[in-house]
Design a protein around this ligand. Structure first.
Ligand code: 6CS
Length: 334
């Protein structure tokens, strides 16, 4: 056999023996989660000398509801995936990441705090996922969220009764009720037509999502209130994770650490570019709330921390305190 043919055979048998890790995404190709997962794939495959093959499953390829994705990860049919707002139904403590006005304004600082050992590997956060057969491997802040509506919103009075769509998450509903709105939950894939047909009058998304899902086309105002970044947690099946070798677990750790900065750079680039695209393709009016206007919403959001503790319990309270401590140490505020 010629050397080239032998090499081809070796490559074939290496890939035939390769382990496959499947990663379910809550977002479509071209999204922040997708780009992060592409980089995760490249790094894992390279570091494992192609012993591991990572397969990406974008939104829609694993079923139609997010609970189908989380169930598949809990059951081990899919090893890895992202969980964000809808994950509250599976891991109630994860709704912490949906509370408003608890993270620093500095988005890079937020990425560092959420991925610090002090928070990500803290016992309450770890246990919250372990109790549901999951592990939290990384936090991916995907950029500041903006509200959209068909009316200008500058004050809580402007939000009164607004039928704003929130992800299916009781803390988000509590937050928007506290602002005076009438929140409603609609599936991501049905949101465009719901906005178009008036079943929802407002929406909350990071900029890249307003653009790539076309939501901005059916909304007149985009409002920046600085209330929160959109954060997704990279989760893994706990049995699968425990069954990995020490080297494989160390590799995941190294890859996710490297991707903290890269993830931040990806979201910054995507959101900047997509805001430009929205501005050039539409005449949507952009409103930046000033500090005093933000403070009015900040004040109304504050008691929702208590709602979170009441609804989620002790582990939730400990997770909240762990996060607030980590934020305080990082920026000396709060
Ligand atoms: O609003 C939603 O339902 C979805 N939005 C984004 C940006 N990612 C996933 C999430 O479920």
């Amino acid at each position: 056999m010629g050397a080239v043919a032998a090499l081809g055979l070796m490559a074939l048998s290496a890939s035939a023996n390769a382990e496959t890790w499947r990663i379910g995404l809550e977002e479509i190709e071209g999204s922040v989660q997708h780009r992060y997962a592409e980089r995760f794939k490249e790094l894992v495959e390279k570091k494992s000398d192609d012993e591991i093959n990572v397969q990406l499953l974008p939104y829609g390829t694993w079923g139609s509801t997010y609970s189908a994705l989380y169930d598949a990860i809990q059951g081990g049919a899919i090893q890895l995936g992202f969980g964000s707002g809808f994950l509250g139904g599976t891991v109630p403590e994860s709704q912490l990441l949906n509370l408003n006005y608890i993270m620093p304004d500095d988005q890079w600082l937020t990425a560092k705090v959420l991925n610090s050992d002090a928070f990500l590997k803290s016992e309450p956060w770890r246990q919250a996922f372990r109790a549901r057969d999951l592990v939290a491997l990384a936090e991916l802040p995907e950029g500041n969220q903006a509200w959209t509506a068909n009316k200008a919103v500058r004050t809580p009075a402007d939000m009164k009764g607004l039928n704003i769509r929130v992800m299916d998450n009781s803390l988000l509903r509590a937050t928007y009720r506290a602002y005076g709105a009438s929140p409603t939950s609609i599936a991501y894939g049905e949101l465009y037509s719901a906005l178009q047909q008036g079943q929802a009058e407002g929406n909350i998304q990071p900029i890249f999502a307003h653009e790539e899902m076309g939501f901005y086309e059916v909304q007149d105002y985009m409002i920046f209130a600085g209330q929160s970044q959109f954060v997704a947690t990279l989760i893994g099946n706990a049995d699968w994770y425990d069954g990995l070798s020490d080297d494989q677990r160390a590799m995941i750790d190294a890859v996710t650490k490297k991707l903290v900065r890269e993830g931040h750079d990806i979201q910054t680039r995507f959101n900047k570019k997509r805001l430009k695209a929205i501005r050039s393709k539409s005449d949507i009016e952009i409103i930046e709330l000033d500090d005093a206007q933000r403070d009015a919403f900040r004040e109304l959001a504050r008691p929702v921390r208590e709602t979170y503790i009441e609804e989620v319990g002790e582990r939730g309270e400990q997770s909240l305190n762990t996060l607030l401590d980590a934020v305080k140490k990082a920026d000396g505020k709060q």
